[in-house]
Ligand binder design. Structure first.
Ligand code: MSP
Length: 473
């Protein structure tokens, strides 16, 4: 039987500054899903990368006194490194400045034009450079962008417009989303998108006269392609550039909730207009907040993923950020929260359990009974992972860990040893060893390094701390 394909993407990150934990969040979740599918034998392709054009990057480059290309070339390795230190195993790292991609963007604009979905119009609006999009007066809070806390600038120019209203009506985009033929998740986000479509769509300006740093607009060298159109196309052009076999459509676009409209409305509309298949699902997660405020480079309240990895290790960071709150919702995160869970659930929980069981097996000279039953509740964990309920999957795993602790407390192997009840002692410790092997499988997509170490320890019976105690400042 041929392998099932699973093509999953993260957003491509703006390289106007170094990455923060909010960026790492989507990549970690994508990696957990990718590893889960790989373990199930699927043919997985995980794409991530960087969004390198547009006014926001050009401004940041100017401030740094560098040419945009030189500026992004300097930052991209830092983004790649964050994936590396967090063990995010992507298949390709996509850069929108790849000339092959630029040609595909131009080709798609050409197709939109040939199909009659482009029109040149005069436009005036309020533009937020932080968001790289036009905002309406209703979007503003006290005259400022609520995400970036900056006032938008008035832009007036002649642009090419993508006829979103026309294609959405012709192909019934609303119906496609409502029927889940094109799935938007979680349900709250789906309803939000449906509500906004119902309230009325507007055509989208997809070129910029005032922005030089971008893909040249085909047929009009004075304009560049709107950075969001350039960026969305990455998901498609990657399949042409990197993969021989057919992998389009994407099975899952993982994104943050702030970029839902682009992925759930503009992107499918573009694909419908050029006659390509739609992605199967777009899932929007919530935000990391710090004291209730979105963690963001512009606001300046960010946590550095590499620093956290240095303090807690990659697996602990991966674990805590997916464990802390449901993936679709917002949640507060801080170093203290990570430290607390590290101590309670990793060092005192899993780490302690593994070392306790292995020490007792050694102390009482137990030969593990191979026949002893394996724990088989994997199905429930798998279901949670597939529904992107990572926190629930980890709660279940923790329950298995606690129940192993309980087995120790109830059976008191040290007393069985004192009584000379070797049969029961072997049964209990073999059972615990098997339970740990199962737990080891469950944690593999979440904590690959720990799982590898734990597997080795269960085989060699040489315990080493999986989660060393944290040094207190
Ligand atoms: N370049 C665009 C995406 C183009 S995809 C075709 C972009 N880049 S971004 O760098 O600003 O954001 C990338 C992702 O990081 C988004 O999904 C965004 O939601 C996510 N996050 C940024 N800050 C975040 C938090 N504080 N918390 C969680 N995710 C956050 O948008």
């Amino acid at each position: 039987m041929s392998k099932k394909k699973f093509y999953i993407t993260t957003p491509i990150y703006y390289v106007n500054d170094v990455p923060h934990l909010g960026h790492a969040y989507t990549s970690i979740a994508a990696d957990v899903l990718a590893r889960h599918h790989k373990l199930n034998g699927d043919d997985v392709f995980l794409l991530t990368g960087t969004d390198e054009h547009g006014a926001k990057i050009a401004e940041a480059a100017k401030e740094a006194g560098k040419a945009p290309q030189e500026f992004v070339d300097g930052l991209v390795p830092i983004f790649e490194n964050v994936c590396k230190v967090l063990n995010v195993q992507y298949n390709e790292f996509f850069r929108t400045t790849n000339p092959k991609h630029e040609r595909i963007v131009q080709e798609i604009i050409g197709r939109l034009k040939d199909k009659g979905y482009l029109e040149k119009r005069k436009y005036e609006g309020l533009y937020c450079v932080g968001c790289e999009k036009f905002l309406t007066k209703d979007d503003l809070v006290e005259g400022k962008c609520p995400d970036h806390k900056t006032a938008p600038v008035t832009h007036s120019e002649e642009n090419y417009f993508f006829l979103l209203t026309k294609i959405a009506k012709e192909k019934d985009l609303y119906g496609l989303i409502e029927s889940d033929k094109f799935k938007v998740s979680p349900m709250t986000r789906k309803n939000e998108v449906l509500g906004k479509i119902k309230a009325g769509l507007e055509d989208v300006s997809i070129s910029r006269e005032s922005v030089e740093w971008g893909v040249k607009f085909p047929g009009d060298e004075k304009q560049t392609v709107y950075v969001w159109v350039d960026a969305l196309i990455n998901y498609y052009s990657a399949t042409k550039i990197y993969k021989d076999g057919p992998i389009w459509p994407a099975d899952l676009h993982l994104i943050g909730k702030d970029i839902l409209w682009f992925h759930a409305v503009i992107w499918p509309a573009m694909l419908l207009a050029i006659g390509e298949e739609l992605p199967k699902e777009v899932f929007a997660h919530g935000f990391f907040t710090i004291g209730g405020h979105k963690m963001s480079k512009t606001v300046g309240n960010v946590l550095d993923p590499s620093e956290l990895v240095e303090k807690f290790g990659a697996d602990a960071v991966r674990y805590v950020i997916l464990r802390e709150f449901p993936f679709g919702e917002d949640g507060d995160i801080s170093e203290e929260k990570i430290a607390k869970r590290y101590d309670a659930e990793l060092a005192s929980g899993l780490g302690n359990l593994v070392s306790r069981v292995i020490s007792m097996i050694n102390k009482y000279n137990i030969v593990i009974d191979k026949e002893s039953k394996r724990h088989t509740d994997r199905q429930f964990i798998d279901e949670h992972i597939e529904k992107l309920e990572f926190d629930s999957a980890l709660v279940l795993i923790n329950q298995y860990i606690s129940s192993a602790d309980k087995i120790i407390e109830e059976n008191k192997p040290w007393e069985l040893a004192k009584q000379g009840n070797n049969k029961k002692l072997t049964m209990v410790l073999s059972g615990l060893h098997h339970r740990l092997s199962s737990i080891n499988e469950y944690i593999e997509p979440f904590m690959p390094e720990t799982s590898e170490k734990m597997k080795k320890q269960l085989k060699t019976l040489k315990p080493e701390p999986l989660f060393p105690r944290l040094e207190k400042d």
